[in-house]
Ligand binder design. Structure first.
Ligand code: NDP
Length: 413
């Protein structure tokens, strides 16, 4: 029997028989099933269980005048704490403001082997193709979306029909691909060329979101540094990230820490977002930061500008109960609202990282929290976790060996 034809239990048995799993591990796999096998098998293939990650929420997000608790799924210590910490500083200064460009997904129908006469013919039939594409997904039009643009782009031997599609509240990949394939079929009936492929573009250029935060200097001060000084150092670091590729990659990774965590919590496609975000960062030909910090009128101003390619309905978002729960916690009504919250989380994580980097350094907060996960990895349970973590923080020797030694001492061994 082929693996994809087996039940989950048969696949687990296969792994057991092959020595890939012990009986204990197989039992652990069975008992940790957090979504139904039917749902798992409908979303993905060769299922044997579900993989859990920590699920928490960030606090104090005031975005466009609305308060949010933001569910996040992430295995990295300090990301949720950092998001909440910065969100509070921004909230105390008036909150985040966001601006969306549009909710357009671009799709490509790529044709080859067309004669000049065929190309001319296709271009003359642009209104007909546009109308056909519009009708290819009638429910989208009823929802207020649909085709918004059609362009012909010439690339050497290829002709590309670029369709812009407003997918309303859906991320839209499946919808757009359906429209493109139907339209490609129609196009292939009009001319003698070959359709090489029809697929959405993950560029995200039709979904660029801008987020702004103005932070009072008083919100930035540390025990040893004034808010003014912290702000000036953040601005310098922001400038450095514009000229150092090695730095900007990490700058942007810190932003994605928060963004990906909300994507996971809401069942959104984080691979699509990663692709969109990083290609946008390279738009100018040099990889650039998603955010920029400067000082104006005694305030530190942060702006984040990047594509935020997501949905609040459809795909796994509608299928996964935990994704639905996350949207309910945030009281999300539409995809534009979710884009705003996600953008605010990205900028918050960025502010926290920048502030830590130019003051105490990242390790002070990061390793303080990482120490708990080290303690658990060393075998600590219950109260031992905090005890081991505390001693790890005192020794500042964050190794698994040290955690194990501390645990043995605590247990009197
Ligand atoms: P769906 O295929 O689920 O389509 C969206 C659904 O949402 C439709 O059934 C639509 O109904 C319904 N819907 C309900 N309310 C609304 C609303 N207000 N606005 C819009 N639609 C609404 O999902 P998507 O097309 O969004 O595709 C997303 C999935 O595609 C993700 O899982 C992604 O991982 C995957 N994917 C990604 C690719 C990529 O990024 N390159 C490639 C291929 C797939 P109705 O039809 O009645 O309008």
């Amino acid at each position: 029997m082929k693996i994809y034809e087996m039940t989950n239990e048969e696949r687990i048995k296969l792994l057991l028989d092959g020595g890939y799993l012990t009986a204990e591990q197989a039992e652990s796999l069975r008992s940790r099933q957090t979504i139904s096998t039917d749902l798992a098998n409908s979303l993905s293939e060769n299922q044997i269980g579900s993989f859990s990650l920590p699920y928490g929420f960030a606090t104090d997000f005031l975005v466009n005048g609305v308060d949010y608790l933001v569910p996040m799924v992430i295995e990295e210590p300090s990301v949720i704490a950092a998001a909440s910490n910065a969100a509070k500083r921004v909230k105390n200064s008036g909150g985040f403001k966001t601006f969306s460009s549009s909710k357009v997904v671009y799709g490509q129908i790529v044709l080859e082997n067309l004669s000049s006469a065929d190309i001319e013919l296709l271009e003359s039939k642009d209104s007909e193709i546009f109308e056909f594409a519009k009708e290819a997904h009638p429910s989208l039009i009823k929802r207020g979306g649909g085709i918004v643009s059609l362009k012909f782009n010439h690339y050497d031997k290829f002709l590309e029909l670029e369709l812009g599609i407003d997918t309303v509240d859906a991320m839209g990949a499946n919808m757009v691909n359906t429209i493109l394939e139907k339209t490609a079929h129609k196009v292939s009936e009009l001319v003698n060329g070959d359709v090489l492929c029809s697929i959405l573009s993950n560029s995200g250029l039709g979904q660029v979101v801008t987020v702004e935060a103005e932070i009072n200097f008083s919100q930035l001060a540390t025990k040893t540094m004034s808010g003014d000084e912290v702000a000036q150092r953040i601005v310098k670091l922001s400038k450095f990230s514009q000229v150092s590729v090695k730095r900007v990659v990490t700058h942007n990774k810190g932003i994605m820490n928060g963004i990906d965590a909300v994507y996971l919590a809401t069942g959104n496609d984080f691979r699509a977002e990663e692709a969109a975000a990083h290609s946008f960062a390279f738009e100018s030909g040099q990889y650039q930061p998603f955010s920029e910090w400067y000082i104006k009128d005694d305030k530190l101003i942060g702006t984040l500008k990047m594509p935020i390619e997501l949905g609040s309905v459809g795909g796994a978002i509608s299928a996964l109960p935990m994704a639905q729960l996350s949207l309910a916690i945030m009281k999300i009504k539409d995809s534009t609202q979710l884009q705003s919250v996600v953008g605010a989380v990205g900028l918050a994580n960025n502010l926290s990282a920048m502030r830590a980097l130019v003051t105490t350094g990242i390790q002070a907060g990061h390793m303080g929290l990482q120490s708990k996960s080290l303690a658990v990895s060393a075998g600590a349970t219950g109260k031992e976790i905090d005890q081991v973590a505390k001693i790890l923080n005192q020794t500042k020797n964050y190794t698994i060996k040290n955690a194990q030694n501390i645990l043995m001492q605590l247990r009197g061994k």
